[in-house]
Design a protein around this ligand. Sequence first.
Ligand SMILES: [Fe+2]
Length: 203
Amino acid sequence: MTQSLDRRWILTSLPAAIAALFGARALASTTEACSATGSDIEGPFYLAGAPRRTVLADAKEKGKRLRIGGTVFGSDCKTPLAGALLDIWHADAEGNYHDAKEQYRLRGQILTDARGRYEFETIRPGNYKLDEGWRPAHIHFTVSSPGHEPVTTQLYFRGDPYLAPHDACGDECHSGDPHRIIPLAAEGSRLAGRFDINLRTSR
Ligand SMILES: [Fe+2]
């Protein structure tokens, strides 16, 4: 009798227990993999009113040409957000920012397409001195979409010697966050990299 009960338990409950265990594991790994893009300080160089364009550096801008592309997703990290607005700004190859008097040099705004994708071309920014230290090369982004919390963040590049913990920005920037550090690969004569952004749903 006991044996038959045991057999019945094995046949009926064990598969459910295994399914629950694996289901929980799958859920845990999905949760781990999906997180909203973290924020960094805006810093002093943001300027409102940059023009809508996908080429931020004109042909005579010094520096290595760079193409960055990616997708803006919602809080599930898989629903693309069409029409999300990216406001982008960065320093030149020598680490200097430019303003509206220079036609918003190295600044621009981009809307994602119907599949949530964006792309722009610019030059690779340089490192710059901050206080007694240096900042890793970075591109500033503020990304917004209706129904979502906007995020102001920075994109960093793998291999930069000033990534955290050597970033002079300290705790206000997160240049050690692997989600914000991308590798760059040669693409013809330019470099290219991909940066996907996940927005949090508004509360
Ligand atoms: Fe900066």
